[in-house]
Design a protein around this ligand. Sequence first.
Ligand code: NAP
Length: 515
Amino acid sequence: MICVSLGRTRHKMMIAEHQSLAQRGAELVELRLDFLSHLPDLTRLLKERPTPVIVTCRRSQDKGLWKGGEDQRQTLLRAAIISEVEYVDLEEDTARKIPRYGKTKRIVSHHDFEETPRDLEAIHARLCKLDPDVVKIVTMAHTPADSVRMLKLVKEAKVPTVGFCMGEFGGFSRILCGKYGAPFSYATFKKERQMAPGQFTFEEMQRIFRYDQIGPETEVFGVLGDPVGHSLSPLIHNAAFKSLGMNKVYVPFRVPRDQLVFTLDQFKWLGVKGYSVTIPHKEAVVSQAQNFDGPVEQIGAANTLYQDADRQWWASNSDYDAALQSLALAGVDENGKVPTPEEFLTGKKVLVLGCGGVARAVGMGVINCGGALTLTNRTHARAVELAKHLGCQQVTWENRGSQYADVLINCTSVGMHPGVNESPFAENWLREGMVVFDTIYNPEQTLFLKQAKQRGCKTVSGVEMFVRQAAVQFQKFTGQPAPLEIMQRKLRRVISAVTVKDEDDEQPGTQVAKT
Ligand code: NAP
């Protein structure tokens, strides 16, 4: 069950939002009395409540907004109990002073906004002695391992325990606590009104992560990166799981660069079956696999880690496969037949713009499929180094031109949202009949692609590649073909929503992460 926390300054708004949440399917709502600017009127708030509630009133020492006296606060909590609210939230010291009465269930809570303390288990044991129906323990995670510790505690607890971590290292514990027996997790009414760092919205918990369907048997997948906050991968992988009725969930795992090996070891306890891997772990993750699927070692980077039936870990690079599959779309014939990447690329001159991670995988694919590759990069030394590694030619950024290209591929970030008015290649260098592929997927129609279309080039967008790299991962994760169209539709809908929202917010700088 998801409990949605509601905090408004006016009773009228709190009641209206409570109604709206009930209509949207909320089954439990926390009324944060400390947010109200006037003395809380419990009769008004509770009279026709559309869902069961938790009544909570936090003092400033607990990072709440209550400005009245302590006696007054305790009187309110007692009054809530007498009114037979379903739950009342009592901090450790308050729980000692307010005894059980009637049917109201007691949530005995502890919050630590600074850290996940060493004596977490001892604190939990103390809370268990205060006659709780539910223990709530919420701490700040400074590492992913803090969240794993918390989930272990939830699993081993004898008293039903809502336990998760705050902050970006704690997000996955909010989603996975239900798997380990937490009776509910918390969500916020909407993003702008987060009550604790890292909180997801009700919509996200319900629609993306399908929290209520998560149980002990749910298999866990996720994206490893830093940052991962804006990753679109949870959206499309979870949409794919949902469409096929799979008992699987895909979560964001923010893991700092220097903690990859330790964290993967900690995550063994979670039983994660597969990871997408993004910046900054694509190179380091290669050494964490026992087996390689495709030219991972040649590329020197992987974006997928998955376990086979014998629990062996495999690394693969689905950017490589996806870029080749996407490129081949440009060679479709009048009967709709798409050539193989080899058929499409053999004997063609290919110019790759950029020499970062994606260019490495794309360049390797072009060479392996028989294309004649030329590299170019703003920082020339990187082009020289990569050309040496791949055994191809390079030109300086200033001298890049269409003489090197039947096929032109943008692997730079030039043109990506919000820099949508930029292109990595001069319009008048584009020639009719050229194939132009932009790996950028946000926006889908970059300036580069728009100009290429106007000049009569065949174009392929980064959405084709993004969705295919996810589809290749899905197949490795589940052993089943991915629902490509569903993933594609989801991605396009989200990209257009992000673009529209950012334009509305007028916040240049908001970017969508890569994986
Ligand atoms: P990366 O490793 O950080 O490389 C970025 C590349 O862009 C470098 O070659 C860099 O050149 C170049 N660059 C950045 N700003 C530039 C500028 N103002 N002018 C010229 N060149 C510039 O990133 P990556 O992981 O390879 O990702 C590159 C692009 O691929 C991203 O834009 C992303 O949208 C796209 N991508 C697409 C997919 C997909 O599935 N469709 C997946 C992943 C990534 P320097 O070496 O000079 O810095």
